[in-house]
Write a protein that binds this ligand. Structure first.
Ligand code: NI
Length: 268
């Protein structure tokens, strides 16, 4: 079995039905008109590839299913609404995945809607009573990778430039994934609730700080990206629980090329 994921980029405009032509689907189609809305929908299907073609599913079928069965629905939800903030997003995610199952032969296991580049909602066919909310944050901090028990030579050998005695900086980015059960009306937690907790518990103590010098937990704990991911998770899980938020996983990007996720093996 394989999992095949296709990302469909589109804009919802009040006049979506009057597009003059389909020229390029890379940036988005329908294309932006005036002050439209841009979204990305990633659809993951599971199945067995055909031994002859190597295809499990033609990606054109996923594109077509989304454009024919999801886009018109989304347009009706936001088209003439004056208060889109009142839309029950849990119910909307249920609708999206349900509408795709029939045209895609019940193969859809996961759907993710990116409402901004940094805010995503995901629903799984295996548990449609909850939505996984992902939001990204960033902070700037200095650190030095150094283990006091090791010699200067050993530290230099292991950590290289990261062992610089004066430290160095990163613009860290991190993402939290929170399980949000749907309430009776299909609503989920708003991301502002999560922002408040993250700001208070993580960003205030870490942003624009020297991790080794200013953050007590890193006095005797090397501030590697692995340990930073674990500390962020450990700090967040309790306060989030107090707000009825179920934190599942934290990913930290030290650079665009290096990411650590904790705990492992949760919510791919
Ligand atoms: Ni570093």
């Amino acid at each position: 079995m394989v999992e095949l994921t296709r990302c469909i980029r589109f804009c919802l405009n009040a006049q979506s039905g009057q597009d003059s032509g389909k020229y390029n689907t890379f940036s988005a189609w329908p294309a932006m008109q005036g002050l439209g809305r841009y979204y990305e929908l990633s659809v993951t299907c599971q199945g067995e590839p055909d031994p002859q073609t190597g295809y499990f599913l033609n990606i054109k079928e996923i594109d077509t299913a989304v454009r024919e069965h999801v886009l018109p629905y989304l347009l009706t939800r936001i088209g003439d609404q004056t208060n889109t903030s009142a839309i029950a997003m849990g119910h909307l995610m249920q609708e999206i995945i349900t509408r795709l199952q029939l045209p895609l032969d019940q193969s859809v296991i996961r759907v993710q809607l990116a409402l901004t580049p940094f805010y995503k909602l995901q629903i799984r066919s295996s548990n449609m009573s909850e939505v996984v909310l992902r939001q990204q944050y960033d902070f700037a901090a200095a650190h030095r990778l150094h283990v006091a028990k090791l010699s200067d030579e050993q530290n230099q050998q292991i950590f290289g430039k990261c062992n610089n005695p004066s430290g160095h900086g990163h613009n860290y980015q991190f993402e939290v994934a929170v399980r949000c059960p749907l309430d009776a009306k299909g609503h989920i937690n708003t991301v502002a609730v999560i922002d408040e907790v993250v700001d208070r518990v993580i960003l205030v103590p870490l942003d624009h700080k020297h991790l080794n010098e200013d953050v007590p937990v890193f006095k005797n704990l090397n501030p590697s990206v692995e340990n930073i991911a674990k500390v962020i998770y450990d700090w967040l899980v309790g306060p989030m629980k107090e707000m009825n938020l179920n934190l599942q996983v934290v990913s930290v990007w030290e650079t665009n090329k290096t990411r650590c996720t904790y705990p492992a093996g949760v919510l791919s």
